[in-house]
Design a protein around this ligand. Structure first.
Ligand code: PMP
Length: 323
């Protein structure tokens, strides 16, 4: 036990210790201890599940918890489920309401991460997608930083390849496909890096293990297109808009060669968990001057202000949880 906790970072330890208080399970909000599935559950055995990941940010001054782009997250969540032949009566709007009810039941006054899961719940043997019962669960738990070095991450190029759209679609959050992300992440961490960039089958950079990527070259932000086996990230979409509208930086969506990232001026990763994480070294080569670049730094400030509900221009992205 001592050995295990010694090998975990402070963030990982905190996150591994706190369990959710309640869960949305079988259509009701119940104590988390009652949200249980059998070991033969289809989604658990075959990875036939799709998940989401959204955040709510605590605003101390306003004493309010704000969900960030909750409807967009739930739209993608239901689309990911559709890739697995799942149909629900829920809409993005109804799932946002369930999430508000859940967060109110928990009474959080801190940043939280919310994890919706749509899974094949039958307890049977047999690999298929059709003719099975589908279920949705949602839990929330306190959550701070995801990448420990979020101002100076050192990343490598993974020796693993990204799953292809014709194998398991990367554009949705399909549970089974995250074995690919787990292989990438553990390899990177166990080799002393903070994260890894992963190449497509054709050798272009797609994304990180659980984040989209952007590089800056000559004042232009470049990010891979959604046809390059990336998750269609909500933070990616947000950052594209903020770069253009708030910072006047042009954004181009095009494939990125492996060696381009070795000579770019700035590099950052985006995700609900990672937020805007600055990368300052790639495969032991400094990115630009080897410190967080000015565009990345400004973007982090603008982003944090918006997600906490402090920028009226973007209030349409903030859903208050408490009355
Ligand atoms: N790529 C992958 C593979 C991810 O798991 C995530 C996290 N959801 C992202 C990118 C970032 O997506 P988002 O900004 O919607 O969280």
């Amino acid at each position: 036990m001592g050995m295990i906790s010694a090998s975990l970072s402070a963030t990982e330890r905190n996150q591994s210790m706190s369990l959710p208080i309640h869960a949305y399970f079988q259509g009701k909000i119940v104590p988390y201890s009652e949200a249980r599935v059998g070991v033969l559950t289809h989604g658990l055995n075959y990875g036939t599940a799709a998940f989401g990941g959204l955040r709510a940010y605590w605003n101390d001054e306003q004493e309010q918890l704000f969900l960030f782009r909750a409807e967009d997250h739930y739209r993608r969540f239901l689309n990911s489920a559709r890739l697995l032949l799942m149909e629900f009566e829920h809409t993005p709007e109804s799932l946002v309401q369930v999430t508000i009810d859940l967060l109110r039941a928990d009474g959080h006054r801190q940043d939280v991460y919310i994890r919706p899961l749509a899974y094949k719940e039958d307890e049977i043997i047999g690999v298929k997608l059709h003719g099975l019962r589908d279920a949705i669960s949602i839990v929330a738990l306190p959550f701070a930083r995801y990448v420990a070095n979020d101002t100076n991450a050192h990343v490598t190029i993974s020796s693993w390849r990204r799953v292809d759209d014709n194998a398991i679609p990367a554009r949705g959050k399909i549970a089974g496909a995250y074995v690919n992300s787990a292989l990438i992440k553990s390899d990177a961490l166990q080799s002393g890096f903070d994260e890894a960039l992963v190449l497509n089958q054709d050798g272009h950079i797609s994304e990180g293990s659980a984040m989209n990527i952007f590089m800056l070259r000559d004042g232009v932000a470049i990010t891979p297109p959604v046809t390059d086996n990336i998750l269609e990230g909500i933070t990616r979409r947000t950052v594209i808009e903020l770069l253009r509208q708030e910072l006047g930086v042009p954004v181009v969506e095009r494939p990125i060669d492996r060696t381009e990232v070795y000579i770019c001026d700035e590099f950052f990763m985006t995700g609900t968990a990672a937020q805007v994480t600055a990368v300052t070294k790639i495969d032991h080569r400094p990115v630009g001057a080897g410190v967080m670049g000015p565009i990345t730094a400004q973007l982090r400030i603008i982003f944090d202000d918006i997600v906490r509900g402090n920028n009226p221009k973007y209030h349409c992205w903030n859903t208050p949880v408490y009355p």
